[in-house]
Design a protein around this ligand. Structure first.
Ligand code: FES
Length: 272
């Protein structure tokens, strides 16, 4: 059982949790994730670690209410307990001094992007960040991202904050203004696919962090398998980050939709 030390509401459906997990806080690196369960029969939810405080022994997770399991988690309050938190899992992000990097985060994807931005900055990169969301209230962690970025562009679909337009407009703006050596994109799968299509035009290698369905998180069950570069890979142990140009996006969309019907039926039962 892991205690919720702090809960902050970022927007209508997005919450930040600081959860007691001292050993994970001590050993996690940028790119690592945990698998969280609410209730003994709860679904296992992979969530990337956004931050950690080794003094307090907490890890920070940013969660969006999208399905039954995330709703159950978001309904927990400070002082209550998450049934279990397993991690850190997955490979850390490959960080080095690439030169100039563009980091694009969409919606809650900004949370897993934050430790990567910090690590890239600490490694000496010039960091250009794009934060994107549907509207102003869905732009999260702006202050923290600005602290570790050389420049920041904010894009909102409705123009309520920053510039009006999608994330790829911001990415292309940076690419057209200066030489970019590498890119990172984290957000909804469709957003990452389009980020990669843009960066591929300019031959910029782009890493994406895949958030597939997971069960054990240790390479045993196969729930997270995907075709990357023509080979079967397990996102939990081979990833979660991959070269976006190698990802079979159509397969990813198909696999992510596998349990949609069962999920909505469960959600309906929960709401009754
Ligand atoms: Fe089971 Fe990856 S989650 S193999």
């Amino acid at each position: 059982m892991n205690k919720i030390i702090r809960k902050v509401q970022f927007s209508e459906k997005v919450y930040r949790f600081d959860i007691e997990a001292p050993l994970i806080a001590k050993s996690r690196k940028a790119g690592n994730f945990v698998i969280v369960r609410v209730g003994n029969k709860g679904e296992r939810m992979p969530l990337t670690i956004a931050d950690a405080d080794t003094t307090k022994g907490t890890i920070t997770l940013v969660v969006q209410k999208v399905g039954l399991s995330s709703i159950k988690l978001c309904n927990l309050n400070e002082g209550e307990y998450v049934t279990d938190v397993v991690g850190p899992l997955g490979n850390p992000t490959h960080i080095e001094n690439f030169g100039t990097v563009v980091c694009a985060g969409g919606g809650v994807g900004v949370a897993p992007m934050l430790p990567i931005i910090r690590a890239l900055k600490a490694a000496g990169n010039r960091v250009l960040s794009v934060l994107a969301g549907r509207s102003k209230d869905l732009i999260i962690l702006e202050k923290e991202v600005r602290e570790s970025s050389d420049e920041v562009i904010i894009m909102t679909d409705d123009g309520s904050y920053g510039e009006k337009g999608v994330v790829t407009v911001g990415i292309e703006k940076f690419i057209n203004a200066e030489h970019v050596d590498r890119a990172f994109a984290i957000g909804p799968a469709i957003m990452m696919k389009f980020c990669c299509l843009v960066t591929q035009k300019y031959n910029i290698p782009t890493d994406v962090s895949l958030n597939t369905i997971m069960v054990d998180g240790t390479g045993m069950c196969g729930a997270c398998r995907l075709t990357i570069g023509g080979k079967t890979k397990f996102v939990c142990i081979d990833g979660p980050e991959f070269d976006g140009a190698q990802v079979d996006w159509d397969e990813m969309f198909k696999r992510m939709g596998t349990f949609k019907k069962a999920e909505s039926e469960e959600l309906q039962r929960y709401n009754e």
